[in-house]
Design a protein. Structure first.
Length: 147
């Protein structure tokens, strides 16, 4: 059986900029091609426990899938496939120069409203399950995996 990584955190409000980004035509098209879904407007923001910050930092170094803008005025991003509450999604790792969150905040996009489907509000705890396709080279020193 393949090993999986679970990352738990608290749902928090974001800065409400992801809704614009996730609805750009090129983001919609590339997410459909690379992740198999067109993102719902916005992301679910999850504040990771202090003990797991090294995992988040390692995840942000993963290759994942690149979202490449056709216009150099937009920033690129990397998406890392995850599962949250049985829903297929992806962690969004924006370019460093436009990242508005600290390392303890992880943004997750999906093809539907995660708050609605999971029936969560600020303060609720959720667990992300990292998909098998994510390379684990950077993660090996940051975490221990469990079956």
């Amino acid at each position: 059986m393949d090993k999986v990584l679970g990352l738990t955190g608290k749902v928090v409000s974001g800065v409400e900029k992801a809704a614009y980004f996730t609805q750009l035509d090129w983001v919609q098209e590339q997410c459909m091609q690379k992740l198999g879904f067109k993102p719902y407007p916005g992301t679910l923001n999850i504040e990771i426990e202090e003990d797991d910050i090294s995992i988040v930092e390692a995840l942000k170094r993963e290759e994942g899938f690149k979202l490449i803008p056709p216009d150099p005025n937009f920033c690129a991003a990397t998406v890392l496939p995850v599962n949250i509450g049985g829903v297929k999604g992806a962690i969004v790792v924006p370019a460093e120069n436009v990242n508005v969150h600290e390392n303890k905040i992880v943004e997750v996009l999906a093809g539907l409203s995660l708050r609605g489907v999971l029936d969560v509000t600020d303060g609720d705890m959720v667990t992300l399950v990292i998909e098998k396709s994510v390379k684990r080279d950077n993660l090996k020193s940051a975490i221990s995996f469990s079956n």
